[in-house]
Design a protein around this ligand. Structure first.
Ligand SMILES: N=CN[C@@H](CCC(=O)O)C(=O)O
Ligand SMILES: [Zn+2]
Length: 430
């Protein structure tokens, strides 16, 4: 059965890419986004089943589809249509908030000081272990629904609050189950190497992950019980060092996972150079990246996933995003949603990226859509509004698309509809 949906009357359609086939944008191209706008005529976007099949003026689309039945019409008068946001980095499955640590951080404690005292990831691992499957699933689904309502139509979800295999496996199974409770798209990243469990060493855990966990994981992937896309490690002084990280990431690559990891965040570790060397698709954070690291990522076209909310709340220096863009590193964005950085709205990450990382509005939008999709390896289907791509989009009531970034924290007021695969998955209450 063919289902057609027509969105009409829009004042702007932000396609993001200018030519079909652009899988990501970098350098000066991040500034030159595709956009159709008119002050005089309405603009339409036609969807057939899950896909966009035409974009044009209301008159052109009406002519093109004359006599063809349309099942649903959405009035977008006075609105702008944008691609749904792709959040390239989150940790959404956990129990036990860390508001008490937020207060400590405001009083001057650093992330690593809190972690060394048994707080941080260790605290969340303990609370997650104590929670029931039902509690974890309910809170996970609630967080994913919040993201969807904030305009995110696809999200990368990391494990990482289990650390040991049985606990990580439980998180993987719950992430898999969440797909049937919420319409957001999910890419799963295996992040057992997120911290060192109590009474274990980094070396022991590296052995465990490389020789046991990844082998066990492969069986679940091969049987199609669990879909895992990427492998991750927290490559950081006092967590996994550069050689341990390399071994874990390469073991993941060996079973077909993409390399997508935390690097050069609190200290320079050489993560960017190592990641580029082993063919990483993406490296997150990069606040302490070196010039050599920038050059290596630019030439390997490894995505830098920028997480401005984290740097902002930890009061650390922002990554050198301007230098990265100028050097040709493809830049993507994420919220980093986790109990340290509690946030789920990409519009807030974009605003912070503009103000604190000196990105332009266009660069921030590119980073939050086509480039985030490419950082997850899915930009052939997602991240821009093009004929043939999935109809993942948001309809915002505002005079021009920039308002979704400019009106800080007001996405709930601006977003009228969110569509996933052509279906309305969120409509603002009238
Ligand atoms: N840096 C490592 N991981 C997360 C923080 C997770 C946590 O503190 O619970 C991050 O990306 O910011
Ligand atoms: Zn993270």
């Amino acid at each position: 059965m063919t289902l057609r949906t027509l969105i009409y009357g829009a004042r702007q359609i932000v396609t993001v890419t200018r030519n079909n086939d652009e899988k990501f944008l970098c350098g000066k191209d991040m500034q030159a986004i595709g956009i159709i706008k008119s002050d005089t005529v309405g603009l339409s976007l036609m969807i057939e089943n899950e896909n966009i099949i035409a974009i044009g003026t209301d008159d052109d689309i009406a002519r093109q589809f004359e006599g063809i039945e349309v099942d649903k019409k959405i009035d977008a008068s006075g609105c702008c249509i944008l691609p749904g946001f792709v959040d390239a980095h989150t940790h959404p499955i956990w129990a036990g908030d860390r508001v008490h640590e937020y207060a400590k951080k405001l009083a001057g404690a650093t992330y690593m000081e809190i972690m060394r005292e048994g707080g941080g990831i260790g605290f969340t691992v303990e609370k997650t272990k104590l929670a029931t499957d039902k509690e974890l699933l309910v809170s996970l689904v609630a967080r994913l629904k919040r993201m969807l309502q904030a305009g995110t139509t696809h999200v990368e979800c990391k494990t990482g609050y289990g650390l040991e295999w049985p606990d990580e496996l439980r998180l993987l199974k719950l992430l898999e189950q969440a797909r049937s409770h919420v319409s957001i798209g999910i890419s799963i990243t295996y992040c057992a190497a997120h911290a060192i469990p109590k009474n274990r060493t980094a070396e022991e855990m590296t052995e465990d992950i490389v020789n046991k966990q990844i082998k066990a994981l492969k069986k679940f992937i091969d049987s199609k019980e669990i879909n895992v896309n990427d492998i991750d490690v927290f490559c950081e002084k006092g967590v996994y060092d550069i050689e341990q990280s390399r071994r874990i990431l390469l073991a993941g690559k060996e079973i077909g996972l993409g390399i997508n990891f935390h690097g050069d965040e609190l200290n320079y570790t050489g993560s960017a150079e190592m990641g580029a060397d082993i063919g990483a698709r993406a490296i997150s954070h990069l606040e302490c990246i070196s010039d050599d690291g920038i050059r290596a990522m630019a030439s390997a076209k490894t995505f830098a996933v920028i997480l401005p909310h984290t740097g902002y709340l930890l009061r650390i220096e922002m990554p050198p995003v301007r230098r990265m863009i100028d050097a040709g590193v493809p830049v993507a964005l994420g919220t980093d949603a986790n109990p340290n950085a509690f946030s789920s709205a990409m519009s807030i990450s974009m605003n912070l990226a503009c103000v604190l990382c000196h990105m332009s509005l266009e660069e921030a939008l590119v980073a939050a859509t086509i480039n985030s999709a490419a950082a997850l390896g899915i930009s052939d289907k997602y991240g821009s509004l093009e004929v043939g791509k999935k109809a993942d989009l948001i309809i915002c009531r505002c005079p021009s698309w920039e308002h979704i970034i400019y009106q800080f924290g007001d996405h709930a007021h601006l977003i009228q509809y969110v569509l996933k695969h052509g279906a309305i998955v969120y409509a603002k209450a009238k």
